[in-house]
Write a protein that binds this ligand. Structure first.
Ligand SMILES: *Cc1c(COP(=O)(O)O)cnc(C)c1O
Length: 218
């Protein structure tokens, strides 16, 4: 089955990867289904998409268990802020968390991963624009925090995630994130949304988080 929004974005990813001289298969599309429900999500699954993103634990808990019963090979990524009292539920529900951004969350996730013996892919969120209202570790503290995640909490971090400031050219932020990843030996970059995923792919994104371009406006 074909889903027009999904098809358009998948074609856009292939085009952006080819322009950047990269293999399209090196970019994972995370279809961000926040605010949408079964009737909008199921056609995207039926069109073949298997990786989805949600930004709220409670919302994901309400709709995904039933969908995953029907499609057990669906992979679910948490892309929104996590409170430590939700860490147990998050570790249980998600296959990846993109928003590890402070010691308290690193501790809570590490505890739950051990307790539940659940392997999880983890990204550290970096506040590349140093915006006070935005989650993410300050770029100046990223190296130390990554070391702390590994050495103190025994967490294996796969990569970095950022959400650039809305009014700025995202390229500078994507480049900064890529630099921090490289110097810390990380290969995965979660960056790029509906409006800027092509630019993110040009800067090395391995995971793009695309919502409205697939599902329509929220
Ligand atoms: C909602 C959201 C997205 C997707 O945004 P679109 O502009 O709809 O593609 C990506 N990343 C995060 C963290 C989000 O909360």
């Amino acid at each position: 089955m074909v889903h027009e929004g999904l098809k358009k974005v998948l074609n856009g990813i292939v085009a952006a990867a080819q322009t950047a001289g990269r293999a399209p298969g090196d970019v994972t599309l995370i279809a961000v289904s926040k605010t949408f429900d079964g009737p909008e999500i199921i056609p995207v699954i039926e069109a073949g998409q298997r990786v989805f993103g949600e930004n709220r634990v409670q919302e994901a808990k309400g709709k995904w268990p039933a969908l995953r019963m029907a499609w057990p090979d669906v992979e679910l990524h948490l892309i929104g802020p996590l409170q430590s009292n939700k860490a147990a539920e998050a570790v249980q529900l998600f296959d990846a968390i993109h928003t590890v951004d402070r010691p308290k969350i690193a501790t809570a996730i590490a505890t739950e991963i051990r307790r539940q013996s659940k392997p999880l892919t983890l990204f550290v969120q970096v506040n590349t624009g140093r915006e006070p209202q935005k989650a993410g570790i300050d770029p100046d503290h990223a190296d130390a925090f990554l070391r702390e995640c590994r050495e103190l909490h025994g967490l294996e971090i796969s990569g970095l995630m950022c959400i650039p400031p809305a009014e700025e050219d995202p390229k500078r932020h994507f480049t900064l994130l890529a630099e921090i990843a490289t110097r810390n030996g990380l290969t995965q970059l979660s960056m790029g949304m509906s409006g800027d995923y092509a630019s993110a792919i040009a800067c090395g994104a391995t995971h793009v988080r695309v919502g409205s371009a697939i599902f329509g406006t929220r």
